[in-house]
Design a protein around this ligand. Structure first.
Ligand SMILES: Cc1cc2nc3c(=O)[nH]c(=O)nc-3n(C[C@H](O)[C@H](O)[C@H](O)COP(=O)(O)O)c2cc1C
Length: 390
């Protein structure tokens, strides 16, 4: 079944049918943690921020919303596990829907990428393993300082089942809040990735060792969530080739293919495709502003993504270091159906419009990425139209 509605070579502005959702363009807001949900409750600042980035028929993915009281590892990230949080999200979802956008909620558990200050009773964070994240990485603390990641505690098997249940409940909560779907965060060295990657997962039970065992936790979550809210409302984020927070795998392509193969089978079993998979490119560097991260060769990267894209039977979203031109190229060459933008969307609330008319872009200011001011560095980046009136 052809998913593309437009004729000819698709561009970022060709409509796209993603299952039951009709997208008017392919410039997606990537999930972006912004630390503005004071004490875990998303408030009016978030409503304004997401509404600013909404376009009729556009797709937005929320920042990671934590699925339980052990799931946070950053200050002031929103939750989606308490009634008060569900009620608060309703207002934000309404603001986005009023602008005509489709809104997915990213479900997040950071696992060992946390600190005792974010854990109930000051306990150790949980993971697949007892191994801590190395000193190469630093944890953002509530006072804005950077701490060392503590030693985590490897989950017992019954506790793993409880976490699966937390994801399921969080997905139901997201739907109750009005979200159109959920994206399960299986990327970037957080809890699910801590099971997927053999550089972290040192378990000897049915959740460690073989690829089948390392994929088990992710697959149980996807299945539980899909059965609860419908496969067509469920998306999965993956980053097999990203080593963020020491999430190294000895064979990223093989791991990626193991996941896509299992997702394909699950889709057949459920009789419905997932909404999309969202894969972070190995390259996390672009926009003429350098960020820390791994760079790989163009060829290596193109081969990796193309192979994954071709192996997955459904909508494929790519992210990481895309410019307008690179996004256009990925869509035209069939390497991505949708492209998500992170840093450029932080500083350009009207990114889709700017791309459409090929307008200059505002530069992002990194130092306000994770601060708490409800306006500065959050909702005060100028719009093109307002700028041209100046
Ligand atoms: C400030 C910031 C916060 C982020 N938060 C999340 C997050 O909550 N969940 C997630 O999956 N990725 C997160 N990411 C990664 C982005 O979704 C995106 O993949 C990344 O920024 C690369 O895309 P870009 O080059 O367009 O910025 C974050 C990135 C940044 C810069």
């Amino acid at each position: 079944m052809a998913e593309t509605q437009s004729q000819g070579t698709p561009t970022l502005f060709s409509p796209y049918k993603m299952g039951n959702f009709n997208l008017s363009h392919r410039v997606v807001l990537a999930p972006l943690t912004r630390c503005r949900a004071l004490n875990g409750i998303p408030g009016s600042a978030l409503a304004e921020y997401y509404a600013q980035r909404s376009t009729p028929g556009g797709l937005l993915i929320s920042e990671g919303a934590v699925v339980s009281d052990t799931a946070a590892g950053f200050p002031h990230v929103p939750g989606i596990y308490k009634e008060e949080q569900v009620e608060a999200w309703k207002k934000i979802v309404d603001a986005v829907h009023a602008k005509g956008s489709i809104f997915f909620c990213q479900l997040w558990h950071v696992g060992r990428a946390s600190s005792s200050v974010y854990q109930p009773g000051g306990a150790a964070p949980i993971s697949s393993s007892n191994k801590p994240i190395s000193n190469r990485w630093r944890n953002l603390m509530p006072d804005g300082s950077h701490g060392i990641y503590p030693k985590p505690r490897a989950l017992e098997v019954p506790e793993i089942h409880e976490v699966v249940e937390h994801f399921r409940e969080a997905a139901l909560n997201a739907i109750r809040a009005g979200f159109d779907g959920v994206e399960i965060h299986g990327a970037h060295g957080y809890l699910i990735d801590q099971f997927l990657k053999d550089g972290i997962n040192d378990r000897t039970d049915e959740y460690g060792g073989s690829l089948a065992n390392r994929c088990r936790f992710l697959m149980q979550i996807v299945q539980a969530v899909a059965e609860a809210i419908g496969a067509d409302r469920v998306a999965v984020r993956l980053s097999p080739a990203i080593d963020h927070l020491d999430a190294i795998d000895s064979n990223p392509l093989e791991l990626g293919l193991a996941v896509t193969e299992r997702l394909n089978k699950l889709q057949l079993q459920l009789g419905s495709k997932l909404a999309y998979i969202h894969v972070t490119r190995p390259r996390y560097f672009a926009h003429k502003q350098t960020e820390q991260g791994k760079q790989s060769s163009e060829d290596e990267e193109a081969y990796f993504l193309r192979t994954l894209k071709r192996s997955y039977q459904g909508t494929f979203m790519s992210t990481g270091g895309f410019t307008r031109e690179l996004g256009m190229q990925a869509v035209a060459e069939g390497d991505a159906d949708l492209v998500s933008y992170g840093r450029l969307f932080i500083s350009n609330p009207d990114l889709a419009l700017r791309f459409k008319v090929n307008a200059p872009l505002n530069k992002y200011i990194r130092k306000t990425f994770y601060t708490q001011d409800p306006v500065v560095g959050y909702t005060d980046y100028p719009f093109l139209v307002a700028q041209s009136r100046l």
